[in-house]
Design a protein around this ligand. Structure first.
Ligand code: IMP
Length: 200
């Protein structure tokens, strides 16, 4: 269990994710730091599912620092690509020098799809809490919608500029950050995590 002022390490080096997670955790008044802040290296994501990678990251980083850790494994799954890029969402944007350029990922996606059409897709987020006693708890959220070029909007990160959630006309990157945080895959996973944290 976590109480106000307890330290919680976010097992991520992705600045966009860390910012969103920090904001979502604000009501719990935890002492939130990231693995990056503590200089802990990113573990290799060798799992074959979002859940496996999320557990792997949370447990690896927890073992490094001996503190409760929260990992987020997330990505976008496109129906017409049989769920790709899925767990490889970050890797599809990776350049040879290790930095990320999402226009590479957009090109790869739309090379095999009609760029004039919209295509069904959903974001997935699996959050895992790992405690020093070895207990782990995972929570999954999804948001369904469509992807389409051109990329639109300046907010958010990653695939936000090409994803429009069902029932809306703006992409995640055109919506304000607060609005996205109220409907996203991460929001839905967090709702379950919050229920867990509120349990006596
Ligand atoms: P990982 O979970 O660190 O393996 O990376 C997930 C990948 O999916 C990153 O490249 C993100 O850019 C992308 N991704 C995850 N969540 C979101 C989101 O909320 N918006 C846009 N892209 C996302």
């Amino acid at each position: 269990m976590l109480n106000p002022n307890d330290r919680l390490v976010i097992a991520s080096h992705n600045k966009g994710k860390i910012r969103e997670i920090r904001e979502l955790l604000e009501p719990f008044q935890l002492d939130v730091v990231s693995a990056d802040d503590l200089g802990i290296p990113e573990p290799d994501e060798t799992g074959t599912t979002f859940v496996e990678n999320s557990v792997l990251k949370a447990v690896e980083i927890m073992k490094h620092c001996g503190l409760p850790c929260l990992a987020d494994d997330s990505g976008i799954a496109i129906d017409a690509l049989n769920g790709d890029p899925g767990i490889y969402s970050a890797r599809w944007a990776q350049k040879e020098d290790g930095t990320r350029d999402f226009s590479l990922a957009y090109d790869r996606i739309f090379k095999s799809l009609d760029p004039q059409q919209s295509h069904k897709a959903h974001f997935v987020c699996v959050l895992t809490l790992a405690f020093p006693d070895g207990a782990t708890h995972s929570f999954e959220g999804q948001v369904h919608g469509h992807i389409r070029l051109p990329a639109r909007g300046d907010h958010g990160f990653g695939y936000d500029p090409i994803f429009t959630p069902e029932g809306y006309s703006q992409t995640f990157a055109e919506m304000g950050q607060d609005f996205k945080e109220g409907i996203s895959h991460r929001y839905h996973a967090f709702e379950q995590l919050k229920q867990f944290l509120r349990k006596p």
